[in-house]
Design a protein around this ligand. Structure first.
Ligand code: FO1
Length: 302
């Protein structure tokens, strides 16, 4: 079993690459749920949906989130009646949020709902929420605490990050399916090239998960989301700078100190100080071939 930790757009790309090189029942993708939020009365799980659409081949390749075959009548009508439209919900995407919200209110777990939706989209690998208990990433800016999507989408990550909190993490229970997979000695744990601060560390903040990964007896292989000091996408490099850390692949590896056996990074980048076996490979994924090639490099390291 390959257990992959993923959040955001970069994570979903490697998860897709892995799904092309592994039998479906040998890939378990753990989704960050710290980005989840209630909006317009709907329970929205962006990182679960980004993974679902990517693995189903339905993702919008330009935006990285939402669906490619989308229409926007709901948003247009919502705008015309004064509703909040800063968080864009396409007509097809909306059905997923409405149905997930109904099932959560009916008492189903996010794990059960996600497993059913993934199956209905014809996806083979499992997509697993890191926990069925609520964990909410919050960003402390100069004006106070912001909910994650307000910071990330409404404010377009402009407010400088002075602190990050994962509300609810201390009392969240790790997904038991994940704990079982880690105890059953997986072939490897893969930390996808996601933003360490807001996509991977919420997962590691769930009590027991960091320890279960460290004790699983399998290679733990992280892929750098930073190339030549720049983030491939999103606020990763800026978040390092705002934390007073020079953005680099080595700085990413240091975020996972004590967990990694291997670290996959670009051939040209400086590996000084990385306390793991360094694997040199192209980590920029544009095409499906790039995603598959990086997945193969990760599995070869394992
Ligand atoms: N990101 C944006 O930058 N703007 C949006 O309007 C937006 C809508 C959206 C709708 C559904 C969904 O699943 C994701 C969406 N995202 C949007 C992306 C989302 O904010 C991020 O993917 C994650 O929360 C961070 O990785």
């Amino acid at each position: 079993m390959i257990v992959a930790l993923s959040g955001g757009i970069g994570g979903a790309k490697l998860a897709l690459g892995l799904s092309h090189v592994l039998p479906p029942d040998e890939l378990l993708v753990v989704a960050n749920t710290g980005d989840d939020f209630e909006h317009l009365g709907l329970s929205i799980s962006p990182d679960i949906d980004t993974l679902t659409y990517a693995l189903a081949g339905l993702d919008n390749q330009e935006l990285g989130w939402g669906r490619r075959d989308e229409t926007w009548s709901f948003m247009e009508t919502l705008a015309s009646i004064g509703g909040e439209t800063w968080f864009r919900l396409g007509d097809r995407d909306l059905a997923l949020h409405v149905e997930r919200t109904r099932r959560l209110r009916a008492g189903e777990t996010l794990t059960a709902i996600t497993a059913d939706i993934v199956r209905r989209f014809g996806i083979g690998p499992r997509i697993l929420p890191m926990s069925d208990d609520p964990v909410r990433t919050r960003i402390r800016s100069d004006e106070g605490w912001l909910d994650f999507q307000h910071w990330f989408v409404r404010d377009q990550t402009r407010p400088p990050v002075r602190g990050i909190d994962f509300a609810g993490a201390a009392s969240a229970r790790p997904n038991p399916v994940l704990i079982d997979a880690l105890r059953a000695r997986p072939r490897a744990v893969v930390i996808c090239p996601s933003n360490p601060f807001i996509s991977i560390e919420p997962i590691l903040a769930v009590p027991g998960l960091r320890e279960a990964i460290a004790a699983c007896g399998a290679p733990v292989i992280a892929v750098s989301p930073i190339i030549a000091g720049q983030a491939v996408k999103g606020p990763t490099a800026r978040m390092f700078e705002q934390a007073g850390i020079a953005p680099s692949a080595a700085a990413v590896a240091a975020r996972y100190a004590g967990l990694l056996t291997h670290f996959v990074m670009e051939p040209e980048d400086d590996a000084t100080g990385i306390a793991a076996q360094v694997i040199r490979a192209p980590t920029l994924m544009r095409s499906l071939e790039d995603k598959v090639a990086l997945a193969r490099a990760v599995l070869a390291a394992a």
